[in-house]
Design a protein around this ligand. Sequence first.
Ligand code: SF4
Length: 447
Amino acid sequence: MKDIEKLIEKYAVAGPRYTSYPTALSFSESADKERLAELAASRDAEASLYVHIPFCRSLCWFCGCTSSVCTDAAVADPYLGLLDAELALWRDSGLGKRKLKQLHFGGGTPNFLTPEQIMRLGGIIEKYFSIDKSDCEFSCEMDPRTLTAEKVKAFADIGVNRASIGVQDTNPETQKAINRVQPQSMNLEAAEWLRSNGITNINVDLIYGLPLQTAQTFKKTLSDTLDIGPDRIALFGYAHVPWAKPSQKLLEKNAIPAPEEKVRIFLEAKEFFEGAGYEYIGLDHFAKPGDPLIKARQNGSLHRNFQGYSTRAGLDTMGIGLTSISETRTSYRQNYKLMEEYSASVLGGKLPIERGIILNGDDIIRRGIIMDVMCLLKVSYCQYGVDFKTYFADAIKGLGEMEKDGLVEMRGDGFEVTSLGRLFLRNIAMLFDGRLSQGGQRYSKTV
Ligand code: SF4
């Protein structure tokens, strides 16, 4: 443990999570929006759809998502109308009726919607896309505090087949300190409703580094997680960025774990989940053996996007709704973050793209390498169409240092990430990032 702690001290720097490359900090309002729209419509193929539901019943003080707090579900009615109108604009701009291989509802809280609104959303999506329900990973983030059996049934009826239950931490003291009181009985009830409605693929999302957490208190959360019986677990490190998310200041009323304790919590959790039979995918993800994520890593189809790891590489991702990010092979674009601007754009008949980036040749090469590090845990120099050792001479020097630390193993024609190196994937990927200076210290710590 001591050696790992030393390495963590050495490598804990500010850096991206690489859900995209270039990261969102490189997106620009001056990007050519017409070209971005053309690139979105240029491939009539299979696709992945992300739908953002930007409402929550109350604010969790750690939260970094784009969401507004409301108690009246009726606020979502006009928003669903805007999603419908946005998709109509895309259809009119030439986007054909794509076949969805992946669909994700995120937020905010998708289960802020009533059962009727969930059914309406399902109908809107079916108007513009075709979905083969037997071959589409259709996932939804769920908050047990506002979930009901009727909502779960509605999600199942429109085809949801995977749910991510937001648990975070089951310790009542930590829950009070983050303004998210959620007894374990609610988590168990949510899992039961999901399974009895046929949604048997269950993820649990946890967060370490929250106030009043210690490796000792977190043990209960770990065993509570096993009681829920998820097939995937995401254990996210809390990123304290109060300059960007002022509500996080409220967490400072209670002790936030020191970096060494945070590391201890993560390492003990990793050991616990591995001991319980889960495989560490890397970064913050664990999955049961035989899970599609593990198979996707083995057959090279693991991908990373704004929702984290995904099993479907090579798909364009289309994000609709407030603040959603979309991805094509050569571009990223993001919708407006403010409701007034998003709504004015859609109602005015204009695609609601606020910013984006069209990748240049160098970005495309670096993106390929960074995604291979993050997803496949190996890089073969011959695959990127450049004289790798010359093009990335500085990165190779950095890899030499990481090899001494046991994070990578160099081969003549590439390198592989070791099992220790999986803890430092972001640092390894950073060696190939040509735009780090554009994000500076605004990123969270890598470990
Ligand atoms: S963590 Fe989820 S439920 Fe809590 S405020 Fe953020 S989006 Fe809403």
